[in-house]
Design a protein around this ligand. Sequence first.
Ligand code: B16
Ligand code: MG
Length: 219
Amino acid sequence: MTKKAFIFDLDGVIVDTAKYHYLAWQKLAQQLGIEFTPEHNEELKGVSRVRSLEIILNLGGIQASQEDKNKWLIQKNEDYLSYLVNMDESEILPGVLPVLNYLKDKNQLIALGSASKNARPILEKTGIINLFDAIVDGNDVSNAKPDPEVFLQAARKLSASNENSFVFEDSVAGIQAANIANMTSIGIGDEKILNEAKYNFKDFTFIDVSFIDALINKN
Ligand code: B16
Ligand code: MG
């Protein structure tokens, strides 16, 4: 049986860093006098840092110089990184490790497909970097989700076809990217928000072995 490719998004899927991104963007938005709600934040999930700033500035109708934008991007990232200083394996979301370990036991292929430029240090801090056969992150791609580039690169690195690739995602942009790539999209989070996903689970504790086995055995 051909090995399948299981591609995991990072923020909001493997670790709960989405909340730290939100806090850091909210702080910047407040500083700029822009109202930024959890609903607005959904649009930022899976989206690159640069694009996220553009979305926030658009919300506030703010035109800014490149110099100011660069300054705010650095500030946001430093603020975000300050939340990660003490990060360890306890930040891995419930149910994720059992699924990763099961896939390893079954000799399947595992990749990371994240928009984050901070992905590698996060995988190192949480002690799971060695479980990944391939890593594609924000440093490797030029087109942000919903462009499928990140997942296409991951599948290519694993020598897997798109049809044999399964993507776990918590963002609307990421689900769209997986669908555009002709991969199977699996939404992790609110199914009303992720309604374009082929399958939905509130979190990994709702994914049972029979679901994973069905993907592994898919023709
Ligand atoms: P960074 P993912 C994405 O990661 C986040 O969802 C998104 O909110 C963030 O802006 C983006 O990474 C860039 O992250 O600032 O660390 O480079 O969900 O694709 O793993
Ligand atoms: Mg995400």
